[in-house]
Write a protein that binds this ligand. Structure first.
Ligand SMILES: Nc1ncnc2c1ncn2[C@@H]1O[C@H](COP(=O)(O)OP(=O)(O)OP(=O)(O)O)[C@@H](O)[C@H]1O
Ligand SMILES: [Mg+2]
Length: 254
């Protein structure tokens, strides 16, 4: 299943949550991939603490005739091997680099959507993935819409507040429903004075789609981006992420 991790606003915990959920699924024996498609502000590499290979997603987007996952698999990082993680499954990452020169070589026109769609397909097929997460660009950039086309399901991350609710609502009715793709909301970095019922009611009234789960504001995650499901699996945040990971498995069975 190809899953887009998207949010209208930035900084809501989308990348950290996606990285943690991917690790959980891989730990339970799944073959999982992540594409860092937030190409103007990538960060998945930093969450895992890995170096970005000199050939990365930007090369696949800029020079599709020269580089492809099926021809040469080197842009993909094998996280299980690299970080010596105990996973029953596999975890592969296709990172992006903060290289302004390379970013300029990526031509923004309709053909880019076709190129990205092809990268998603090749990654899934070559590594026989059960789940591929695409960490999308937030907001309404061309890059965000391009990534939403390529996935099957959208996880709409949002934080508490008017800008998040109104922006997510706009995206749901003007982008996701028009493509159209099934979408599920994930509330993130929610202040602990907000109760579950209040949250569910607000999602129901404002967004109207299903709340797949919620992750409260967490002290350790606020302090540092980390794979909290491995570092502190008993924490509230790790438990919330685990619950969401099981719900994602259920989505795969629809
Ligand atoms: N549940 C949480 N509680 C507190 N802090 C969190 C939580 N989840 C993530 N964070 C922190 O919030 C910051 C932003 O997280 P992250 O980079 O995952 O957000 P993002 O939505 O991907 O942002 P961007 O749009 O910039 O890519 C990071 O410092 C991260 O450690
Ligand atoms: Mg991010």
């Amino acid at each position: 299943m190809k899953i887009g991790a998207y949010s209208y606003k930035g900084g809501v915990g989308r990348s950290v949550s996606t990285a943690n959920i991917a690790v959980l699924l891989a730990k339970r024996g799944k073959k999982v991939g992540i594409i860092d498609a937030d190409i103007e502000a990538p960060g998945i590499d930093q969450i895992f603490g890995i170096d970005v290979p000199s050939i990365n997603l930007l090369d696949l987007l800029a020079y599709p005739d020269r580089y492809s996952i099926s021809k040469n698999s080197f842009p993909v990082v094998d996280i299980k091997n690299e970080l010596k993680l105990e996973l029953d499954g596999e975890l592969f990452i296709l990172p992006s680099a903060r290289d302004r020169k390379k970013l300029k070589s990526v031509t923004v026109d309709p053909s880019l959507s076709v190129i990205f769609d092809n990268i998603v397909k090749e990654f899934t097929e070559k590594y026989n993935l059960d789940y591929l997460f695409v960490d999308c660009r937030s907001g309404l950039a061309h890059y965000s819409v391009m990534t939403l086309w390529a996935v099957e399901v959208v996880l709409l991350f949002f934080g508490w507040g008017k800008q998040n609710f109104n922006g997510s609502n706009y995206i749901l009715s003007n982008v996701i429903e028009r493509i159209p793709k099934p979408s599920f909301s994930i509330a993130s970095r929610i202040p602990d004075f907000i109760g579950e019922e209040e949250l569910k009611e607000r999602v129901q009234n404002t967004l109207g789609n299903k709340l797949l789960g919620y992750i409260m504001q967490d002290k350790d995650l606020a302090w540092e981006e980390q794979i909290i499901v491995l570092k502190n699996p008993e924490s509230k945040a790790a438990k919330a992420l685990t619950e969401i990971s099981y719900k994602i498995e259920e989505l795969g069975k629809i």
